[in-house]
Design a protein around this ligand. Structure first.
Ligand code: HEM
Length: 465
């Protein structure tokens, strides 16, 4: 529909306390912006708009509106401010590339074959080794453990080894690999920049934060450039990981290879995009399961049978762990660890039959709101019920009501990788350990581009099976 044919043209609702010139700056939550946005959507309806200094950002929280925004004929991925802030680190890497940047299509064509379900076979043994190392470290632990930190170690180690043969050596050293604090601090800085606050750039320069940020980025570049140089000096005979693929494969379309800077951008992209989303999903899953012991028993019924015949899980068995997969799907529904994605209109259009949108205008799809839209998910939308993901229930639902991995051609390339590592890890944990988490402590969710459960602690005891 075009803007001229609309009969009920309206502006989307906006937050209370709009002020002249500055707009909707009052009430911005710079620490937990996404959780505030989800609350605003619950209050204002399936759509609202925030204007800051003339900049408009529209938030969508209803499944029907999301379906419109996911339509690739009218909309496309937008590299909005939070992603732009990542570009000094990852530039035109897959996640932050603009749609028309040539390196996106090139890297997508070269890397997509490495992320099919079948390709997971080549990562399976490494993923299992990392899970086994985690278990060995848990067995040697007497005190309680930080859930998110444990899951972060696991997923960072996994992507480091499967992607580039890099070991953070998380289970053997007492001090963190310096890459990890550099990356975490850089991402923390970027997260703060994502919310536009007048005067912040000056403040960061005066306080030295901007310089510290640049130093963190330099450190990350140095580590990754060394990894690339070492591999170039001593290449593998057969391509084994993402780095091999990037250094040896030509784009079938252009015949070009990725240049060295772009390879670095992709490695950093996989490290940034490929660990915290999965680690936090696992951490949320453990937290939710602590509140739902019946779901633990259901999953164990399946997991323990698979283990009965072999001491460990094979590649083929991972796909059979259906109840573990449902637990993860339901976890990502309630806690989409990538909390949303941005789309921009390719041309003037109208949203929801009444809200005119100009070409280039951006909309954010807020996943927590879409994933709990009562029109699709019912009155118990806030409850943890993994059986919602039984095949017949999935078939009965519109696909656009569940998008934890984004949408269209720019959806997550690492989806299969994430599922494989998460299912393997969660199944192993459920089989080997009784996990105890104090459920009386309210959940505190931190935001750093992703959503992450903060401060949840667990104790683990070996099961007798
Ligand atoms: C539970 C785990 C994960 C979640 C929830 C998740 C979520 C997402 C979402 C929502 C997007 C789309 C962003 C947008 O439209 O702006 C995305 C893109 C992406 N993800 Fe993931 N992701 C996960 C795991 C991974 C892993 C394990 C990797 C790499 C190994 C990865 C690599 C990427 C990349 C490279 C993109 C950009 C794709 C492109 O634009 O071509 N992700 N992810």
């Amino acid at each position: 529909m075009t803007a001229t044919s609309v009969s009920r043209v309206a502006q989307p609702p906006h937050p209370p306390n709009r002020i002249p010139i500055l707009g909707d700056v009052l009430g911005i939550d710079t620490v937990k912006p996404m959780q505030k946005t989800a609350r605003m959507l619950a209050q204002l309806g399936p759509i609202y708009q925030r204007r800051i200094l003339g900049l408009r950002l529209t938030f969508v929280g209803g499944a029907d509106l999301a379906a419109e925004v996911n339509d690739d004929t009218t909309w496309q991925k937008a590299v909005a401010r939070p992603l732009q802030m990542l570009r000094p680190i990852v530039a035109d890497g897959l996640f932050t590339a603009h749609n028309d940047e040539p390196n996106w299509a090139k890297a997508h064509a070269i890397l997509a074959p490495a992320f099919t379900q079948a390709s997971m076979r080549s990562y399976h043994d490494t993923m299992r080794d990392v899970v086994d190392e985690m278990c060995a470290s848990w067995d040697a632990t007497t005190g309680d453990l930080d859930v998110a930190a444990e899951m972060t170690k696991l997923t960072l180690e996994t992507i480091g080894r499967c992607g580039f043969g890099y070991r953070f050596d998380s289970y053997n050293r007492t001090e963190l690999d310096p890459f990890i604090p550099a990356m975490n601090n850089a991402l923390g800085y970027v997260q703060k920049q994502g919310v536009p606050v007048p005067g912040r750039a000056l403040y960061d320069t005066v306080t030295g934060r901007a310089r510290a940020h640049r130093n963190n980025i330099e450190h990350m570049f140095g580590v990754v450039d060394d990894v690339i140089a070492e591999r170039q000096a001593d290449p593998h005979d057969d391509p084994r990981d993402l780095l091999d693929l990037m250094l040896t494969t030509r784009d079938p379309e252009t015949g070009d290879m990725l240049d060295a800077v772009n390879v670095r951008n992709q490695i950093l992209t996989f490290l940034v995009a490929g660990h915290e989303t999965s680690s936090s999903a696992l951490a949320f899953a453990l937290h939710l399961l602590a509140h739902h012991p019946a779901e633990v028993e259901k999953a164990r019924a399946e997991v323990d049978i698979l283990w009965a015949d072999s001491p460990t899980v094979s590649f083929e068995q991972v796909a059979k762990l259906r109840s573990v997969r449902r637990i993860l799907d339901e976890t990502l529904r309630l806690w989409p660890t990538a909390p949303g994605y941005f789309r921009e209109a390719k041309h003037d259009t109208v949203l929801g039959d009444r809200y005119p949108i100009r070409a280039g205008q951006m909309v954010m799809v807020v996943l927590q709101s879409i994933h709990t839209d009562p029109a699709v998910w019912g009155d118990d939308a806030d409850e943890f019920r993994p059986d919602r993901f039984l095949p017949e229930q999935v078939r009965a639902r519109p696909g656009h009501a569940y998008k934890p991995f984004g949408t269209g051609i720019r959806a997550c390339i690492g989806r299969q990788f994430a599922y494989h590592e998460m299912i393997l890890a969660l199944a192993t944990i459920l089989h080997r350990y009784d996990v105890t988490i104090d459920t009386s402590i309210p959940l505190d969710v931190r935001e750093q581009l992703t959503l992450k459960p903060e401060g949840v602690r667990m104790s683990v005891t070996r099961r007798r099976v």
